[in-house]
Design a protein around this ligand. Sequence first.
Ligand SMILES: Cc1cc2nc3c(=O)[nH]c(=O)nc-3n(C[C@H](O)[C@H](O)[C@H](O)COP(=O)(O)OP(=O)(O)OC[C@H]3O[C@@H](n4cnc5c(N)ncnc54)[C@H](O)[C@@H]3O)c2cc1C
Length: 542
Amino acid sequence: MSTANSGPKIAAIAGAGPAGLTAALELLRRSNVVPLIFDLDTQVGGISKTVNYRGNRMDLGGHRFFSKSDWVMRWWQEILPIAEDIAGSRETTRISYQRQSHEFRPQKLAATSSDAVMLVRQRLSRIYYRRRFFDYPLKLNAGTVTNMGLLETARIGFSYGQAQLQPRVPEASLEDFFINRFGDRLYRTFFKDYTEKVWGVPCSEISAEWGAQRIKGLSIAKALTHGLKTPFRSARDTAQRNTETSLIERFLYPKLGPGQMWEEVARRIALQGGTIRLQHRVVGIERNDSQVTAVTVRDEGTGVVSRVRCDHFVSTMPVRDLVALLQPNDQRVIYVADRLPYRDFMTAGLLVRKMRATTRQSAGGPRANGMPPDNWIYIQEPDVKIGRLQVFNNWSPAMVADPETIWLGLEYFCRVGDELWSMDNARFLEFAAGELERIGLLDRRDVLDGTVVRVPKAYPAYFGEYREFGRVRSYLDRFSNLYPVGRNGMHRYNNQDHSMLAASRAVDAITGTGGEKSSIWDVNAEDGYHEEIDEVSWKAAL
Ligand SMILES: Cc1cc2nc3c(=O)[nH]c(=O)nc-3n(C[C@H](O)[C@H](O)[C@H](O)COP(=O)(O)OP(=O)(O)OC[C@H]3O[C@@H](n4cnc5c(N)ncnc54)[C@H](O)[C@@H]3O)c2cc1C
């Protein structure tokens, strides 16, 4: 696949995730530059894809559609309008995400089919610990005290007092950071295991600065104030009924999962003359000192390698891989990029007939088949490896082929090549079902079917050599027609909207209609909301 120098300008794009697809559609809308997308996967959507397993749809991680950007909100609705009952009935709709909210006016756009819509969903998630459900965010209320027991609650209070009187000085590690704010006992009860599960690194080896940057607004005083204002509510009250309206989290969600958005975008790209080559991996980059001139691409099916001349190169592939292909002369750049840390992720999709209805269920209680009402549940039990449990039925009923069944996602944070990652699928499914059985949520004999999805580099991490990332960025910045965008593309905790905004800025720079290329790096530079924070934000909201 070689193209001549004359003819239309070509933007080669590595990756058909939210960033790559947004860049392509925007190029088609705003310019004559022809986008050519390559993705090594067999389907579009990147980490935001939906995996369809025998009619049951899996969302890898649970993707809430929320953005503070009006541009993104309009963009999404133009692709998938809000379901008519909402668009027709409300003047404005408010969605919210981790203490941020956004009012928007649903656009009254006709959907191409009754399935091609976005739903407005209300979040419910709880913490499962000591075989009991705790509110999320954790609250100092009757339910919590009952679950913990009076003695343990008193111990936690005592340990908190001790930490206030004798804080750890200097506050060097994330462990010090947590203990100084919550006391040793609460840290060990709620923070330590989960944080270490997510990151795979002991809290004592993570810098305190990381905590300060990433976990804003931590304060037990706030929790106490909140607790005293709303003393000892009944556990049932946690079903959002008594929660201030402004605190209820609502988000948009494509009826058939997040990938539906990106499949529809891909369809439009193809209709408008763009090209998407799936199962094509970018394996080489030709460059001079200031420009990328061509990429080489391998067809993962046939092994055939082809060269594609390009005028622009938008990269959403991991920075580590991009730098390796650029082959810098500066050995330090190679060293740092090669050691950028990532956390990987696995999900077991389990189709079950019923779940065990556990006692002390708050928030509306389970259904007759034992299905909890949550979108997802944080599993805080130290004797299992599972991190979160998704209940896909509660994201959108259309995610499940048979409404009589429960479609679960058992999420594990891991490392490529580690024990979990290397387990064969059948064993992993057995293992995952066994974990749910052990913590009392499932009988293994009620499992009907299952599948496993592995997501390498799900989380770009900010440890270790990341501190020298500036050096890598400076190197990438020298290529005037290279645009690293997206989540792994920028090694940043970008949500979909951030990836899209970065892609839009790349298109601004390509078409000469916006700011400097360097402004791409400003997207999400200040934001305090990321889904990683979310995983510890119940602590932040204590
Ligand atoms: C557990 C979890 C929960 C999340 N929850 C939310 C949420 O609630 N809301 C939200 O908005 N976001 C959420 N996100 C973030 C969201 O998934 C990402 O922001 C988004 O998918 C990033 O889009 P992207 O295009 O930048 O990158 P990706 O989605 O990673 O896409 C990059 C693409 O590049 C391809 N690629 C890589 N290397 C090559 C190569 N050499 N050649 C060709 N192709 C290549 C990959 O196959 C992939 O398809 C979550 C993420 C995770 C892991």
